[in-house]
Ligand binder design. Structure first.
Ligand code: AMP
Length: 284
């Protein structure tokens, strides 16, 4: 996706892109240096207004935000309200419910994006998992834009004996799987293999898995995070810790707050404790 930087520049120039300025603080807990981004006051009103709209922003999408076709079923768009540079949305061409399980075609689109961009792909399955839009969208942030992921400090201790396992020290139900390097090799991309891995992650945390490949039933909310090296899935109990909305990025170690008082709450309570409150306890 060589055109990503170029498309970003064009979208910025024509006003389609609304960068949300933030300042950043680091708050450490249990060996993880969480990055807490605080929205600057002038940007708060505009993002709140945008979030309040009921129209589907992806159907039709704004052509000024279009980046590239990904596959016959998915396209790549720029996130209109980006906090991090080159934030990409991988959106289904026709409406699919954000709460239903990912299909093989979603998995294929995610892998295609990750072969092009060394990034963090993530999925907020449902409102309680932090999704603001009901139309199916995966998201990708380039690692060179977001920086090293704080969660890697603990993920590097995960060495599951099985294809899917747990990460020592994380105080909530989750499942981790190393990624097979072949899955993001452009010659060998296999949506089927990664889809099977995704279904194993769901099973490992106790979520039901649809029998049909093209599933439609809403599931329990969860967050999925995927890089070229690993995949990580966390079931959710609720969207917010107090008034702080948490999505998949929280589980990468990166939290977004509306103001300094929310950042202060995280400093007092600890970001890992906040994550524990919006998840499900580790089964005995
Ligand atoms: P989420 O909130 O995680 O469900 O992700 C949806 C993303 O879509 C949000 O981060 C919004 O910034 C973004 N968004 C909202 N409206 C538009 C739009 N018109 N075009 C592209 N992205 C949008």
């Amino acid at each position: 996706m060589a055109s990503l930087a170029e498309r970003t520049e064009q979208a910025r120039r024509c006003g389609a892109l609304r960068f949300v300025p933030t300042s950043m603080e680091v708050i450490e807990q249990s060996g993880i240096a969480f990055q807490v981004r605080i929205v600057e006051s002038l940007a708060r009103k505009e993002t709140a207004t945008a979030a309040g709209s009921n129209a589907n922003p992806f159907l039709p999408f704004d052509p000024d935000l279009f980046v590239a076709p990904i596959s016959p079923t998915h396209i790549a768009l720029l996130n209109k309200f980006n906090v991090v540079e080159r934030h990409l949305l991988i959106v289904t061409r026709s409406f699919e419910d954000q709460r239903s399980q990912l299909t093989q075609k979603d998995c294929e689109a995610l892998l295609i994006a990750l072969t092009e961009i060394d990034g963090l792909a993530f999925y907020n399955a449902g409102r309680e998992a932090g999704a603001s839009q009901p139309h199916r969208h995966l998201q990708v942030l380039p690692i060179d834009a977001i920086g090293p992921l704080p969660i890697d400090a603990v993920l590097r201790f995960a060495h599951p004996q099985e294809p899917v396992g747990a990460v020592p020290g994380l105080p909530f139900n989750h499942a981790y799987a190393p990624m097979d390097p072949d899955w993001t090799n452009p010659e060998k991309i296999s949506g089927a293999s990664f889809h099977a891995c995704y279904r194993q992650l769901l099973r490992a945390v106790g979520l039901s898995v649809d029998a049909a490949t093209g599933s439609q039933a809403p599931t329990t909310p969860y967050n999925l995070l995927v890089t070229r090296k690993w995949a990580f899935l966390v079931p959710r109990s609720r969207e917010c810790f107090r008034d702080i909305s948490i999505n998949a990025l929280g589980f990468a170690g990166s939290l977004l707050v509306k103001d300094r008082s929310q950042a202060e709450t995280l400093r007092r309570v600890g970001p890992l404790t906040a994550l524990r409150h919006v998840t499900i306890p580790t089964p005995p």
